[in-house]
Design a protein around this ligand. Structure first.
Ligand code: ATR
Length: 268
């Protein structure tokens, strides 16, 4: 029987996950299909239970359901600590995981960026920012979380050893950090950035989790300033690779997944 996985979210039109995971199924010789469903908040429970009843292998959960989905699965310790689930595996129940944290760490590792004892500035306090900040603190980084809505940043930092801030002091926070991570949606589909090029300098690392376009306004100004850059495709692929391993028990064909995404985004 075909192994079915789906991503559920709202809106879902622009997701790259089907392209990425269907390429992975094919490369791994698994008879699988990865679909995308637009699910509104009021239908989340029914959607998860429905997928389970239909014998799906698992799900990805995306915006805006990552936090609410905790209620409808058994989250592991990491997902519970982060307070968000992005992957569910239906194997004797519904087990919830958060692969965003590992996806971010793998992206940094692949770029040979060490975060231990380094100053990392995370912009944003949504689901993705939560997972990333959590992972960084665990790795021994000194983390500041800055968000448009300061209270969300402060609330996030109540649970981890990090400092919350608003965006009013963003220029000096950016100048002062070793690694900058944009975990907001700013720059998605638009040429805009919270960060100005003149705040950046050589020797810094700039990581943008926005993957569409892959070369965001932030990454362009970072390159011009001589900073090392990591794009959102890396993050997308590595969080997806970990989810694929959880569903199938098979190591994910990371290069195939990345190639499929970059080709679809017109990058290769
Ligand atoms: P996700 O789960 O993907 O992180 P989210 O929870 O909607 O998505 O979070 C989006 C993040 O982008 C938030 O940190 C949001 O800031 P607020 O908490 O103040 O809403 C941030 N964001 C979105 N648009 C922004 C903008 N124009 N300027 C600054 N921050 C923005």
């Amino acid at each position: 029987m075909k192994q079915v996985v789906a991503v559920i979210g709202h809106p879902i039109g622009h997701t790259m996950s089907p392209v990425m995971h269907n390429a992975a199924f094919e490369a791994a010789g698994i008879d699988g299909a990865y679909l995308a469903f637009d699910v509104l908040a009021g239908e989340l429970e029914k959607a998860i239970k429905g997928a389970q009843a239909l014998g799906f292998l698992g799900l990805n959960i995306t915006i805006p359901h990552k936090i609410a989905a905790l209620e409808y699965c058994e989250p592991d310790t990491l997902a519970t600590d982060i307070g968000a689930v992005n992957t569910i595996v239906f194997r004797e129940g519904a087990h919830g995981y958060n692969t965003d944290a590992l996806g971010a760490l793998q992206s940094l590792k692949r770029a040979k960026v060490r975060v231990e004892n380094r100053k990392v500035l995370v912009l944003g306090a949504g689901g993705a920012a939560r997972a990333i900040a959590h992972a960084l603190v665990h790795e021994g980084a000194s983390v500041v979380v800055a968000n448009r809505t300061r209270e969300r940043a402060e609330e996030l930092c109540e649970h981890i050893r990090a400092e919350g801030a608003g965006l009013e002091g963003i220029a000096s926070l950016v100048q002062d950090c070793d690694v900058l991570i944009n975990a907001t949606s700013v720059g998605m589909g638009k040429s805009e950035s919270l960060v100005r090029g003149e705040w950046l300098h050589e020797g810094q690392v700039v990581f943008d989790i926005v993957y569409s376009p892959p070369r965001t306004q932030l990454l362009k100004v970072a390159e011009d300033a001589g900073a090392k850059t990591i794009d959102g495709v890396a993050m997308l692929v590595h969080q997806g690779a970990e989810a694929f391993r959880l569903w199938t028990g098979v190591e994910a064909p990371v290069d195939v997944m990345e190639e499929a995404v970059r080709r679809t985004l017109g990058q290769s």
